[in-house]
Design a protein around this ligand. Structure first.
Ligand SMILES: NC(=O)CC[C@H](N)C(=O)O
Length: 779
């Protein structure tokens, strides 16, 4: 390890980076691989850091580009982060190329471009000369739009220098801000009352938002730039400078990854006093249904976000049809009668469709007939006429409308042709005036297509920004895998508390606060492909939240009777204890100590053991809230105790319930669904399943005070963890789901604690221990 550390020091990495790298297996492997590849033993700090940055951003798909990037860095052709990002983005969108054309790559990475302060000065001056209205609008000009446009002119200039220069020149031009200017700036930020109210509802006060629009930088800003005319159109129609959307397709349940996107979109807009739409991306009626639409709305409510508006892509089907007609008229779309197999073969062979040259008039006629239901499904589709040989497959004449005789959940049977995602998404973003269209990195390859449509149709262009997709350890999040788990009954439905769907999390007992906090904590970045987070991070969020919210009480998972021999038959003592010790305002609760009580079998052994501090013959034990006891005898079904004076100090305190106050309940103990830290890395992820992920204690007991509990009530059973009352609790049946153990380290104990089955510590699978250790260390 020391040797590795020295290697990293020699390339100039700072101590924190080195420390973090040594912790992560993959991070370390990647940088060492890069260094070996280019044979670098020692180098300048700048180069070392770039090599490091590059190595951390290499996804599997880009592994074969490592040598190329490393060489460019070592040779100084790529000498800053911006260039690296440019190069990486080019490679990410061109993974299909066997050979990377040097000319294109150099352009993307800005090789050989050095932007001097002089150049920046001149470019800004020229740029401002063209802003004729600046003298009239003065300081109300759109700063972010200006810098965005400038960046396209000088993509490799350092951003800070660029904005500095811009500010200086503007001040030189307009003079310092007058009182009028300050007033104008104030009225500009004043927003309609409705929006203000909404922001208040969303709890604006806690705006420690890390979302900074200037960090959302993409490479090809040229495509994002709008003409003055389009900007004016947007300005006239939308009073919000920042408008984002959360656009799920209603074809499944939302999961924690969607929560990340929801938080990002809503908070980004809130931070800039803008608003967010919920848009159903409902273009595929075969997979969508009302159940999912309702569920998505319900989940947003649960998380505490209120969309400013709820829209449906399908409400724009008419407009989308008209835009398709426009493309046909321009000769930029054609009707294609090839079968799916035929066209996919042509696309692979980079050959054009024989229908490519059909004249607009004929295409229009066919398209009209498609809409009338004249053709069968898959007999014909409408394609964009872009470039059948394009290196980016999404640009090889993609289909944009297809025939489906399936009624639509939102539109009924109005349509038998449906637009496809790529065509729909950009146009809906545009006509809704969305300013920032944020999506996960898998959509990066589709960005060129997004802008192609908007350019051809001369529509307003939102700024597209991709972020890495969330992945959490010991679980899976892909729709396909979740589907498999649900439909093969490996879990109990979409709201099984072991999966990270929002319904599952909620049923497990996760609060909206804890989920939002988690999203905040992990933040949003564009690094790598995936944002891989240990499950312990999520768990620590709910622990912190429930620690201050959950009332304390006791339950017994597997009861065994205990009799206190040295008290009278009718003995009873009322004990008063805090409901939430950290929060005395919540008051006290009363519990009764009686001659007969229940203990948990798991705490009881007929024979003592050196490392055991529970109930065994001859031992001194403590009972929570009521002091020390001596264990007189233990049989399989009964324990005899003697109450001792308070001056004896037992090693630990056990939970218990008076026979007079105990009432039956069911307790479900959940653990990670996957034993494997990253099941996605396994050849067959199902092999990573944890066979003990759900343990049902059917004969458990709870305190009778809980008979009034309602589903979703949360509490702490002392020593056992935090619990949530399951939705299935009715007709006097109470089912408590364990949300999380009290401490990370309890997880190992928890498995050893499988009620009467007496699973010993040595039975805990080794890998699990390793994982838990790994996790505990990280925390
Ligand atoms: N651009 C995007 O954000 C993609 C949204 C798409 N409807 C999805 O649910 O994945």
């Amino acid at each position: 390890m020391e040797e590795v550390q020295t290697r990293l020091q020699k390339i100039g990495l700072d101590e924190t980076t080195i420390k973090n790298t040594l912790k992560g297996k993959n991070a370390l492997k990647s940088i060492l691989q890069t260094l070996d590849l280019v044979g670098v033993k020692e180098c300048d700090k700048k180069i070392g850091n770039l090599l490091y940055e590059m190595s951390q951003n290499l996804t599997e798909a880009l592994d074969n580009r490592r040598a190329l990037l490393a060489t460019y860095i070592v040779e100084g052709k790529i000498s800053n982060k911006l260039q690296l990002e440019g190069g990486l983005e080019y490679l990410r969108t061109h993974t299909h190329l066997e050979q990377v054309p040097a000319q294109d790559f150099d352009k993307a990475a800005g090789v050989g471009i050095v932007v001097t302060p002089e150049q920046i000065k001149n470019t800004v001056a020229e740029f401002l000369q063209n802003k004729q209205d600046l003298k009239t609008i003065r300081y109300t000009y759109n700063f972010s739009e200006y810098t965005k446009q400038l960046r396209t002119l000088l993509p490799f200039a350092e951003g800070k220098l660029l904005t500095q220069e811009l500010n200086q020149q503007i001040e030189a031009l307009l003079g310092p801000k007058t009182e009028e200017d300050l007033k104008a700036a104030k009225t500009q930020t004043k927003k309609p009352q409705q929006q203000q109210q909404q922001l208040e509802q969303q709890g604006e006060e806690e705006d420690d938002c890390k979302f900074d629009i200037s960090k959302l930088v993409a490479r090809d800003l040229a495509t994002t730039v709008n003409s003055e005319q389009l900007l004016n159109w947007r300005k006239q129609n939308f009073p919000y400078e920042v408008l984002t959307r959360f656009p799920p397709e209603p074809n499944g349940y939302l999961h924690i990854g969607h929560a990340k996107s929801i938080n990002f979109n809503f908070r980004l807009a809130q931070h800039y006093k803008g608003v967010t739409y919920l848009r159903f991306d409902d273009t595929n009626p075969e997979k969508e249904c009302q159940e999912f639409i309702d569920n998505i709305k319900e989940n947003l409510r649960f998380l505490g976000y209120t969309p400013f508006k709820t829209t449906h892509a399908s409400d724009n089907f008419g407009k989308l049809y008209d835009y398709a007609v426009q493309l046909i008229q321009k000769g930029k779309a054609y009707c294609c009668f090839l079968s799916k197999e035929e066209s996919s073969k042509l696309r692979t062979d980079l050959k054009p469709s024989p229908y490519r040259d059909t004249q607009p008039a004929e295409n229009l006629e066919i398209f009209r007939k498609m809409k009338m239901g004249y053709y069968k499904e898959n007999e014909v589709c409408l394609r964009a006429k872009i470039d059948p040989t394009h290196p980016n497959p999404t640009l090889r004449d993609p289909a944009i409308f297809r025939i489906r005789f399936t009624p639509h959940p939102h539109q009924g049977d109005k349509w038998c042709i449906y637009p496809l995602y790529d065509f729909t998404h950009c146009i809906c973003d545009s006509i809704e005036g969305i300013t920032h269209s944020c999506c996960t990195l898998e959509f990066e390859v589709r960005r060129d297509l997004y802008y192609w449509f908007l350019k051809e149709l001369d529509l307003y262009r939102p700024f597209v920004w991709e972020f890495s997709r969330l992945n959490v350890s010991n679980t899976v999040l892909s729709k396909r895998k979740l589907h498999h788990l649900v439909f093969n009954n490996i879990v109990d439905g979409w709201d099984d508390p072991r999966i990270l769907t929002l319904n599952g999390l909620r049923r497990r007992g996760y609060t909206a606060d804890s989920i939002n906090k988690f999203c905040d904590l992990i933040s949003v970045t564009r690094k790598g492909n995936e944002n891989f987070i240990g499950m312990h991070v999520l768990e620590s969020c709910i622990r912190k939240d429930l620690d201050v919210k959950a009332p304390r009480t006791m339950a017994i998972l597997e009861p065994i009777l205990a009799i206190i021999d040295n008290v009278a038959e009718d003995f009873s003592e009322e004990l008063e204890v805090a409901i939430i010790p950290r929060n005395p305002q919540k008051g006290n609760r009363k519990i009764l100590l009686t001659k007969q009580i229940y203990l948990d079998k798991n705490d009881v052994r007929t024979e003592d053991h050196a490392d055991f501090w529970g109930v065994a013959p001859g031992k001194i034990i403590g009972l929570k809230q009521c002091g020390p006891f001596k264990v007189l005898s233990v049989t399989a079904n009964e324990v005899h105790l003697e109450r001792l004076g308070k001056d004896v100090k037992p090693k630990g305190f056990l939970h218990w319930l008076s026979v007079k106050e105990a009432t039956p309940c069911v307790v479900r103990l959940y653990d990670y669904l996957f034993e494997a830290y990253d099941p996605n890395e396994l050849e067959d992820y199902i092999k990573g399943i944890n066979p003990n992920s759900k343990i049902v204690c059917a004969n458990a007991l709870m305190h009778k005070d809980l008979l009034n509990s309602k589903p979703e009530d949360k509490l702490q059973f002392e020593r056992l963890g935090y619990f949530n009352l399951d939705f299935d609790s009715k007709d006097g049946k109470f089912i408590w789901n364990r949300t999380v153990t009290l401490q990370e380290k309890d997880k190992i104990k928890a498995i050893a604690q499988v009620d009467g089955k007496q699973v010993q510590k040595k039975d805990v699978p080794q890998q699990k221990k390793d994982n838990a250790k790994k996790e505990a260390k990280k925390e």
